[in-house]
Design a protein around this ligand. Structure first.
Ligand code: AHR
Length: 513
């Protein structure tokens, strides 16, 4: 057992944690869309206009705030006109990035927008810069968001949709430094400015345009994009080319050629994973430092629109489908990321886990043949964290000198925490990364009196525990029954490899939020 004091400054106002940092990403990749989300209206599985009803129900439980689509790499070979109109007339294509399989375009613009409407999620549409045209992207925006009469509006109407949709988030291509066109940063920065120019606001739909950003620690890429922002601000006719830049950061436990299995991993792989997950914070901070130099007012947002674990695919599955299981280790990686997003909430305005169903760090594993649906450990972290959506982040300090584990000469902290306040209630997220030792955590609430407390915890038998159709609840939250309240503190025992959210009612908060 180790000791930790978690000091929560409940009265110190911080930035709002945008619910959009709890966003998701669904690509035409493997069985994420086909089988995972879309089964078609003729499927024997219960569906709502072709969309799996059980998946909709589960995703509603985690209050998906936004959904990124159609890629990923797929976005830069996707031509939206192929995905509208009568389904049986839609042209087919080859998904060259993901398994070289045929794409029949049955899940297109209308189907995606129907999914977003069912979920109450804001659409985040990624346009094609790599192999598309400015006109194609511009017309897609018009098709989606314009009302009245115009060539694209008339086409939409002919395809059965009278009213425009609201599309707040718009991506200007994906990974242009790689599969999105193998461009140099300055070339892409100019293209992003050009494409963004023709992504217009129609009516009252205001686009939040996101330039495709860096991979991991490529700070030069961020710098090139921010320079493009600054140049345009300083131009004779000043303007803003885009509203945000993105960054992609994946957590692997090995190397990109040998990422290791999703289950049955050893302690060394576990700790390498934790090290890699924790490295996201200094990396994001350096990107933010670059942004601060060009945009000290913090007007441009940072969007982590791909993040999550990436393991070797499950044995016997198509290597191009990126299908992996999901254990308590994945849940801990998610919890660590959310603590970081909460701490950096003034610049990190949005994030998207890769990916929603059946791909990479999925929240759901859905089998189209058997009709089963499994909520993964990561799902539960998202569900337990909905309390932080749009709440005010408050500063948290963790004092736990004994809670470290050495990896490659580096002492990794094994206790992580963050907190938010809304309507006089504080929620504290607590993670014990250590798979061997429990933590005796004393949460010290400053700036308000502690009232009623409660909480839920995810703490399965082992860090390698996972859920499957024949044991769907091996990793599931339960109420925390080990809470002990003294004036000003809440004491909680965190078992090994655990994630908890503790709720504290606050009294006498000077500025009730
Ligand atoms: O999420 C899988 C892939 O990872 C995405 O398509 C791409 O953007 C990234 O390299």
């Amino acid at each position: 057992m180790t000791d930790a004091t978690v000091i929560v400054n409940a009265d110190l106002p911080g930035p709002t944690i945008s619910r959009h940092v709890y966003g998701h990403f669904a690509e035409h990749l493997g069985t994420c869309i086909y089988g995972g989300i879309w089964v078609g209206e003729d499927s024997p599985l219960p569906n709502i206009g072709g969309i799996r009803a059980d998946v909709v129900e589960a995703l509603r439980e985690i209050a998906v705030p936004n959904l990124r689509w159609p890629g990923g790499c797929f976005a830069d070979e996707y031509h939206w006109r192929d995905g509208v109109g009568p389904r049986h007339e839609r042209p087919r294509m080859v998904n060259t990035h993901w398994g070289n399989v045929e794409e029949n375009n049955h899940f297109g613009t209308h189907e995606f927008m129907a999914l977003c409407e069912l979920l109450g999620a804001d659409p985040y549409v990624v346009g094609n810069v790599g192999s598309g045209t400015v006109r194609e992207m511009s017309e897609w925006v018009e098709y989606l968001t314009r009302s009245g009469s115009s060539p694209m509006v008339d086409l939409r109407r002919a395809n059965g949709r009278e009213e425009p949709w609201r599309v707040p988030f718009w991506g200007l291509g994906n990974e242009p430094w790689g599969g999105g066109g193998n461009m140099r940063a300055e070339v892409y920065a100019d293209l992003a400015r050009q494409y963004a120019t023709f992504c217009k606001n129609h009516g009252d739909n205001v686009l939040y345009r996101i330039a495709a950003g860096a991979s991991e620690d490529d700070y030069a890429w961020t710098e090139a994009l921010m320079r493009a922002v600054a140049d345009m601000r300083a131009a004779q006719f000043p303007g803003r080319p885009f509203e945000a830049v993105s960054v992609h950061y994946y957590t692997i436990g090995g190397t990109w050629t040998d990422k290791g299995p999703a289950t049955g991993f050893d302690a060394a792989a576990y700790w390498r994973t934790i090290r890699r997950a924790q490295a996201v914070e200094p990396i994001l901070r350096r990107h933010i430092a670059v942004m601060d130099r060009y945009d000290p007012e913090g007007e441009i947002g940072l969007v982590v629109d791909e993040w999550g674990t990436w393991w070797d695919v499950e044995p016997g599955t198509n290597p191009g489908f990126l299908h992996q299981q999901n254990t308590m280790r994945d849940a801990i990686v998610a919890a660590l990321h959310f603590d970081v997003f909460h701490r950096l909430a003034d610049r990190v305005v949005m994030a998207n886990l890769a990916q929603t169903v059946n791909v990479l760090q999925a929240v759901l594993l859905a089998d189209a043949e058997t009709g089963t649906l499994v909520r993964t450990p990561t799902f539960h972290v998202f569900e337990m964290s909905t309390v932080h959506h749009d709440a005010v982040a408050v500063p948290v300090h963790v004092r736990a000198p004994g809670a470290t584990h050495e990896v490659a000469g580096e002492a990794l902290p094994t206790v992580s925490a963050s907190a938010s306040v809304r309507d006089g209630v504080c929620h504290v997220s607590l993670t014990n990364v250590d798979p061997e030792r429990s933590v005796d955590a004393v949460v010290e609430i400053r700036g308000a009196r502690v009232g009623a407390v409660g909480g839920r915890i995810l703490a399965p038998e082992s860090v390698g525990a996972f859920n499957a159709p024949d044991h769907p609840d091996d990793v599931a939250p339960r109420p925390v029954d080990e809470l002990e309240v003294t004036p000003g503190t809440v004491r909680v025992t965190l078992p090994p490899h655990a994630f908890a959210v503790v709720r504290v009612d606050l009294h006498d908060l000077p500025d009730p939020r």
